[in-house]
Write a new protein. Sequence first.
Lengths: 486, 476
Amino acid sequence: MEPHELTLAQALELLAKKEVSSVELTQALLARMEATEPSVNAYLTTTPELALEQAQAADQARAKGEAGPLCGVPAGLKDVLCTQGVRTTCGSKILENFVPPFDAFLVARLKQAGMVLLGKHNMDEFAMGSSTENSGFGPSHNPWDLDAIPGGSSGGTAASVAAGTSLFSVGTDTGGSIRQPASHCGVVGMKPTYGRVSRFGLVAFASSLDQAGPITRTVADAAAVLQVIAGHDPADSTSAPQPVPDYSAALGRGVKGLKLGVPAEFFVEGLDQEVEQSVKAAMAVLEQQGAELVPISLPHTDYALAAYYIIAPAEASSNLARYDGVKYGMSVRREEAGLLDMYLDSRSQGFGDEVIRRIMLGTYALSAGYYDAYYGKAGQVRTLIRRDFDQAFEQVDAIVGPVTPSPAFGLGQKVDDPLQMYLSDVFTLSTNLAGLPGMSVPCGFSAKGLPIGLQIIAPHFAEETILAVGAAYQEATDHHHKRPPL
Amino acid sequence: MEYEAVIGLEVHAQLLTESKIFCGCSTKFGAPPNTHVCPVCLGMPGVLPVLNQKVVEFTIRAGLATNCAIQPKSVWARKNYFYPDLSKNYQISQYELPICLDGWLDIEVEGENRRIGITRIHMEEDAGKLVHDPSQPVSYVDYNRTGVPLMEIVSEPDLRSPEEAGAYLRTLRDVLIYLEICDGNMEEGSFRCDANISLRPVGQAEFGIRAELKNMNSFRGVTKALEYEIRRQRAILDEGGKVVQETRLWDADQGKSFGMRGKEEAHDYRYLPDPDLPPLVVDEAWVERVRSELPELPGAKRARFMEAYGLNDYDAGVLTAGRPLADYYEAVVAAGAPPKAAANWMMTDLLGALKAEGREIGQAAVKPQGLAELIALIDSGAISNKMAKEVFAEMMATGKGAAKVVEEKGLTQVSDEGELEGLLKEIFAANPEEVEAFKGGKKKLMGFFVGQVMQKTKGQANPKLVNQLVNKLLGE
C-alpha cells in the first residue's frame, strides 16, 4: 500500500512499529501533492519546510517515547483555521496576506498531539458556498471526477483527504460544509455538537452555527481526531464544559437495539434516485446488524433553508465588518481618497460576489423595520426546528438519511444560480440550526462513479452514538476502502 | 410663555478594572499607542470575547447603589457601525435586556430633595482613539482604549433645570467614586455625559421635541450647554417655530452648540444578540454577596456624621465629599481628637494646604494620627492655637510629628505659673494706672495685660493661664 493510501490508524501503526518514519511519510505526501495538486488544487498554501521540520521533531519525540496521539502524521487544514506564522486566507483575497500571530485552539491541540502541517486547504470564501467555486483563488476539483465539484465549503479539505494529500484533516461546518464535501469526495466528515470543539481561532462566518470537526477516511479516524480537538476552552464562551468521553470506546458498540429514525422530509421529490437507493441500502445494512428503522417526521425541515439564509448572513454581515482595510488584510488606498473610499474599495475588491451577496442579505435582514420580520422570525423557526429534533429523539437514538440531494455536480453547473447552490445543503442545514452533531459516511457510488454519503444525526453530545453507527456500517461495508483513480 | 425644561442624562462611566472587558489587556491610561492590545481587542480574524467578571460585579454595585433591579438574565448585543477606532466595526454592548433596570438616585438642590429615576444601566466596551496628524491629512488609530469597560447609566427625563442636572451628575459621580468603580475624571473622559433636553409649556404633560447634546467634558460644560440649549429652544418656540430633533455638539470655547448634519447621525445600528457570548446570568447569591460588601454611601455617611459627631449639615457634607476624606476624618476622631476640633482643622487648615499643594487627601504629609496629636497638644495647653498653625505648616512641609516640631522649634507654651506670675508682677509695677482701672471694673484691660505677657514671652505664654493669673493677682 502506498503511503498516501493509508488511513490515520494505519499510519500511526506503521509509525509505532517504526516501519516508516514521519519524515518518510511526510516526504511521500509531499510527493503525492506534487503529483495531484495541479489537477485537484486542494491547497492554497503549502508548508513543506515546516512539515519536514515538524516530522523530524515528531520522529525524535517518538524515539524518546513521547509520541502524542497524532505524532508524525502529515495533514493539511482548512484555511479558515488560524495557524501561527502560516498565512490564513479563508479563501479570500481580502486576507491574501494575513498571517495570524496565534494558533486556533484546535490547531494548538493538533500540534501538541504531534500533527505535521502540510499546508492550508482551499475553501469557499469565508466558508460561504457548497462547491469551492467561491474561493478567491480558483476552485478545487473532485478527485473522483476532476470536472465535478468537491463540495464545499470544506471542499479542499475533503478533496485532499480523498486524494491522499492529507491523512486526516479538520474542516468547519456552518450549514453542511463538512458533511456535504465529505459525501461528495467519499470520505468521512463529522460535525460535532455546537460547543464541543472550541471556535477560538476559527475565522467566524456565522458564530451561532460554525463548528469544526474531522474529515477522515474512516469513522475510527474521525473518533481519533475528535478525541484530540474536543474539549472545553475558556477562550470560547460558547464552548461546552461537558467532559469528553473516550470516543474510541464507542466504535465497537454496534447498532443492536438502536432505534434509527428515518425522516419522511428527507426522502422527497428532488432527491436523486441513485442517492436514495444507496442511502436506503445503507439503512438496510444497519437494520441487518440489529438496528430498528423508525419512520419519523421533522415537520419544519422545509423552513430550515429560509431561516438559515437569514441567520447566517445576518451574523456574517456583522462578523465580516472587521475587514475594512484599516488593520490588516487588503487595504486599497487611492490618492485623494477618503475613509469611505478606502472601506468601499477594500471591501468591494477584497470580497467575492457570494460574500458580498450574503453581507447584503444579512445587513438587510437586520435593518430597522425589518429585524422582527426577518431575524426575529428566523429565530422562532430555529426554535421550532430544534423542537422537531427534540421530539424525534424522544423516540429514536439517531436519525439517518441522505447528506445531499444529489452526487457532486459539475464545476460551473450551478455557479450562476445561487438558489440551486443553496439547495444542496437542504438536508444538512437543520442540524446546524439545532446545534446537533452529524456525520457523513461513504455509502456507495453513482453510476458515474461519484461517491454518495449517508448522514447520521444524534442528540446533543451523543457523538458516541454516531461513531457507533458509522463504525458498524464501515465494519460491514468497504466503500471507504476505495480510492479515487488519480 | 413660561417653559419648563425636561432633561435626561446618559452617563458613560469607565470602570476601574485592571484588565479590559473581553480580554486580558491592561486598562491603564497614558501608555504609548497600541501597546495595550492583543488579537482579541484588535478584532483579528477568529478571536472571541471572554467576559471579565469584575465588570459585572462593578455594575451590580452601581445598580444596587442606585436602587436598580438587577436582572437575573441580560443579553449582550452587537451595535454595528463602521469607524476606524472600532476594531471589529461593531461594539459589544447591551441593548434590549440590560443588567440593571428601574432605579433612582436622591439628589439635593437648594436644600430640597429630589428623586431622579434611573431607567437602566448597561455594560459595554469602549472604542479606541483617532489621532489626527496636524501636518498632513492622515489619521492614526490607537487601540489602547479599545475594550476598556464602560457602564452607561441612563436617567429618566426627571431633571428640570441645569442646576438639577449638575446636582444629579455630582451625586452620581460621588456614588461611583465611593463604590471604587470609577475615578469620575471628566477631563480624562472616564466620566462622560450626554444630555437629552426639551422644553414644554409649564403645566403641559407631554414632552416637547428634544435635542441631544454631546461633547461636554466638565460639569460646567454640562450646565452651560443646557443653559444655552434652553435659551436656543425658547427662542425658537417663542417665535412659533419647531425644535428639530437632532444631535448637537457643544463647543466649550465658543460657548455654543452646533447641530450635526442629518447624514452623520442617521445611524441604523442593526443590533443583534452577540452569538459569541451566552446571556449573562446573575444569580441571587451573587447579588446578595455584592450587596453585603457595599460600602456606606455618601448620603448615609453624611447623616451618620451629623448624628455621631454632632457636625452641622455643611461640615458633614464637606467631610463626606469623598471616601478617603471621610475615612481620614474618622481616623482623626478615632485617634482621640474631639470631633468638632478635628472637623475645623481638616476643613480650614488641612484642605486649604492640600489645595495649595495641588494634592489629594491620600498624599497629605500629615496623617490622621499626627493631626490628632497636634489637637491634643492644643487641648492640653502645651501649645497655643496660633503656635499650632505654625507647627501644622511645618508638619505638612516635613512630614515630622507634632511633638517633634514643637520640641525642635522650642515652641512649648509657657505654662509655668511661677514664671508667668513673676512677669505679671513686673508688668503691674510698670503700669499702675491700668491696674487701678482694671480693679475699678475696666475688664477690657485684660487684653492689654495678656498682650504684654505675650510680648515678653515672644508669644509662648499660655493665654488661658495668663487670664486666670491676672484675675487671681488683681483680686476678684
